[in-house]
Design a protein around this ligand. Structure first.
Ligand code: BZD
Length: 821
């Protein structure tokens, strides 16, 4: 008889027992002398035990019922901390807090000691993390696949105002959340060459030979949904050396040589590339992409083959595969290789299966971010995949393209999977569109521009394959976890159903007119500002008043996001305060958080400029409390969770047409921070939801940007026409801020000599005017709070549960499968 597993109850006593057992038997520590880290690990493990039960149940039920599952392929997952989210989602928060309290431990202190799991750069990686939360919450059968990076996104420090990068050893001490699954290890081939062989019937078959191999060890992280028993997993692959490969060398006594190869193999999953908007064409990056894709597809195929013997034509009815941008697009030729070379399917049949299986999300319109691989490099690393891509391309250009535009060489050139100008490159975006049945943009405006511009010819050929799926955020982490006070106020006012149906937040609308509710709402905001002021004091050594307006710009540093436009306004205000000390200006704290890609010179120059202006402004006695500027170092998910609830104003000021969607804009609006923004990305939809009277919109529209460029944009015209602007730029590029007039010449040159590619000068005056409207509005606190409440009440659309349910319905055709408790 199989003995029953021990009882894992959710009571305080049961949790206490589990924590103590883990301290003693897993960690070998005495309760009396256990370290803080021991307590944190033991608590995580106690929670994990309870979660794993549901993970096993979910997996078993999904397998037994034979439902289709979605496989989310992403090179990045920006998970942040997991303990608090898992506690709140699973309903164990109160009991655990009490259990620890009774043992003399403070849960909040433990929560704050957890290192962030920062396996992503920015929006794209965080979106993947929000989606994993929603998939479990709305009971969809899903598996996330990615890379188990040893080092996540670098840790940022400022030295003399300049960014310095350090490695992020997030799991140096291990992580209690991940579980190794050695029995599902996979072997991956790379390099080598292709030969033609013939099978017993005389049919030609390609064989990929003389390859190098690499092992992938999967680590599973359970993903707990809110108030649901579905626990999906995130499966991350770690690269290891294939020991057989080195056996010979090893036996010959070349011990050190053999270990050197092992070290080389392990570099594949060593570190996350820190670029969020330019491709670098590095071989290791391509190897990373193929490594995780090949492991994941082999895993998906393994699961398809276990248990039942279905024809391959049934594969898409069991497995949907979502490509998070083009980074995993090599999955398309990889599935073709599996089906044609290994399984012997006819080409056309295999291609139909591929298109039915894959769908692709585009996250950028920036031309420099579109992924392309040089044909030479691609051929060396993945020779068989290149052949497959050539054949796909040939059938496409001579088939559908020729049929629609007979003899049109120009159409063939733009639609080809191979870019031929200036060297030959594989275009991963074209491959992704062609190999999928659905391509989506991430906000309405972005999707429109994809159809009209980036993929116009593909759209003309296959209009039904394009759709919009506006991004969303998980309201659990971005309200319940990061702002439990506001979450509690909402629940006490309208009940807690909003946590699963965010549209219900609209019920808060009438409370904007209720002075008692407004007072409570305003107090919560102020309390968060007090906490953030302490963090600012600690991190930046700057004293700020919680009564000032907290003006926040948090996102990756990029010219198109225009942190430097924000800086132009700050310097303009600085001068105004000096010129006109008695002006009625409400005190403001400008708060930045941003990492720059280590090789992005101008982005680093902008960080240095902001820090240098901050140093002057913050120490100028003539300014006093009126203006403070702080750049919080090492922006990351756990820091965002502290800044967002304390923010009054949300800076979303990208050049129209450049930000695909943005998701920080949604998090800030949800927490009652009013947006000052351009009509770009999801800002357009935020305005539609909250009402134009509750947002500060300014600047050129996409059409106006196009028009201005067509007629010839010259930033010098704006420079000479606007004295304030001229003085501002001249001042920044003088020696005033650092003692060295050379320091910010790169910034000045970008704005003037290099043509101001993101139109900061054109949008400068409208932005300064919009900021003046903000200042005036903030002076009427009652009205401001009302607007803030209406933002919280009206952004229900931006819940990632809504987004995920749309993917499930329109793209994946997935059933919801409820798991019993
Ligand atoms: O994706 C971002 C977009 O810039 C945002 O507008 C959008 O809201 C989010 C989510 O859809 N894109 C990224 O974050 N991109 C990257 O991080 C990235 C990473 C590696 C290589 C290229 C881009």
């Amino acid at each position: 008889m199989t003995p029953a597993p021990c009882d894992l109850g959710n009571s305080t006593d049961s949790l206490k027992n589990s924590i103590i057992n883990h301290l003693r038997f897993t960690l070998g520590a005495y309760v009396e002398s256990a370290s803080q880290n021991d307590w944190w690990v033991a608590t995580c493990l106690a929670v994990r035990d309870r979660v794993m039960e549901h993970a096993t149940k979910s997996r078993t039920l999904h397998r037994q019922s034979g439902v289709r599952r979605v496989h989310y392929l992403s090179l990045e997952y920006l998970m942040g901390r997991l303990l608090e989210n898992n506690l709140r989602n699973s309903g164990l928060y109160d009991a655990t807090k009490q259990a620890l309290g009774e043992m003399g431990k403070d849960l909040d202190v433990l929560l704050d000691s957890e290192p962030d799991m920062g396996l992503g750069n920015g929006g794209l990686g965080r979106l993947a993390a929000c989606f994993m939360d929603s998939l479990s919450t709305v009971n969809l059968p899903a598996i996330g696949y990615g890379i188990h990076y040893e080092f996540g996104l670098f840790r940022q420090e400022f030295v003399n105002g300049k960014q310095v990068e350090h490695p992020d050893a997030w799991m140096r001490d291990g992580s209690p959340w991940k579980i190794a699954r050695p029995s599902y290890r996979q072997t991956v081939q790379l390099y080598g060459r292709v030969v033609q062989k013939f099978d017993d019937y005389g049919h030609p078959r390609s064989e990929w030979i003389e390859t190098k191999s690499l092992l992938g060890l999967p680590w599973d992280i359970p993903i707990v949904g809110y108030d649901s028993h579905t626990v999906n997993v995130l499966r991350l692959w770690q690269a290891q050396a294939d020991e057989d490969f080195n056996f010979q060398v090893f036996n010959e006594g070349s011990y050190v040589e053999a270990l050197r190869d092992k070290a080389i193999a392990e570099t594949v999953s060593k570190v996350l590339y820190p670029n969020d908007s330019t491709e670098n064409g590095k071989e290791l990056r391509l190897v990373q992409q193929y490594f995780f894709v090949a492991c994941s597809l082999a895993d998906i195929v393994r699961r398809f083959k276990v248990g039942y013997t279905l024809p391959w034509s049934d594969f898409p009815s069991k497995a949907a595969i979502q490509l998070n941008d083009t980074h995993p697009a090599v999955a398309i030729p990889e599935l073709m290789r599996i089906l044609v070379d290994l399984e012997g399917l006819p080409w056309d049949e295999a291609w139909a299966i591929c298109q039915e299986t894959f769908s692709y999300t585009n996250h950028t319109l920036l031309p420099e971010a579109l992924e392309m691989w040089s044909v030479g490099l691609f051929e060396r690393v993945l020779p068989r995949h290149l052949q497959i891509i050539y054949r796909i391309n040939h059938s496409f250009l001579e088939g559908d393209v020729e049929a629609k535009w007979p003899g049109d060489a120009e159409k063939k050139r733009t639609l080809s999977l191979i870019e031929e100008r200036g060297g030959k490159y594989v275009r991963m975006a074209n491959l992704s569109v062609l190999g999928s049945h659905a391509t989506n943009g991430v906000a309405a405006l972005h999707t429109r521009l994809l159809c009209e511009r980036l993929f116009a010819d593909f759209y003309a050929l296959y209009p039904d394959r394009f759709l919009n799926l506006t991004n969303g955020i998980t309201f659990r982490r971005w309200l319940d976890v990061c702002n439990p006070q506001l979450s509690a106020l909402i629940t006490e006012t309208i009940g807690d159903s909003w946590k699963k149906d965010a549209a219900l937040l609209r019920q808060l609308d009438p409370y904007a007119d209720d002075p008692a509710f407004r007072a409570k709402y305003a107090k919560i905001k102020r309390d968060h500002k007090v906490v953030l002021a302490e963090i600012i004091q600690e991190e930046c050594g700057v004293t700020v008043s919680p009564d000032a307006l907290f003006d926040v710009q948090i996102k990756r540093l990029h010219e198109y996001k225009r942190q430097h436009l924000n800086l132009l306004n700050i310097v303009t205000l600085y001068r105004e305060i000096l010129d006109n000390p008695d002006a009625d200006f409400h005190p403001r704290v400008f708060i930045f958080g941003a990492k720059a890609a280590p090789g992005y010179f101008l982005a680093k120059n902008i960080i240095h400029a902001i820090n240098s202006v901050a140093a002057k402004v913050n120490n100028d006695p003539r300014v006093g409390d009126k203006l403070k500027v702080v750049f919080l170092p090492n922006y990351r998910v756990s820091l965002a969770e502290k800044i967002i609830p304390a923010s009054d104003l949300s800076e979303q000021i990208s050049t129209a047409g450049k930000e695909a969607s943005g998701t920080g804009n949604m998090k800030l609006a949800l927490n009652g921070s009013l947006t000052i923004g351009t009509l770009d990305g999801a800002n357009v939809e935020i305005e539609e939801e909250v009402g134009s009277e509750n947002i500060f919109i300014f600047g050129l529209t996409v059409e106006e940007v196009t028009e201005l460029r067509a007629k010839g944009y010259n930033p010098w015209d704006y420079y000479w026409a606007n004295e304030k602007l001229r003085n501002t730029i001249d001042w920044i590029s003088s020696d005033y801020f650092t003692g060295n007039a050379e320091e910010f010449q790169p910034l000045r040159q970008s704005l003037l000599d290099h043509g101001d590619p993101y139109l900061c000068l054109a949008d400068y005056q409208p932005y300064v005017d919009a900021q003046a409207r903000v200042d005036a509005a903030y002076k009427n606190q009652d009205h401001w709070v009302k607007m803030a409440i209406l933002n919280t009440a009206r952004v229900g659309k931006f819940s990632s549960d809504r987004t995920i349910l749309e993917y499930a319905e329109k793209v994946w055709k997935l059933p919801q499968v409820v798991i019993d408790g």
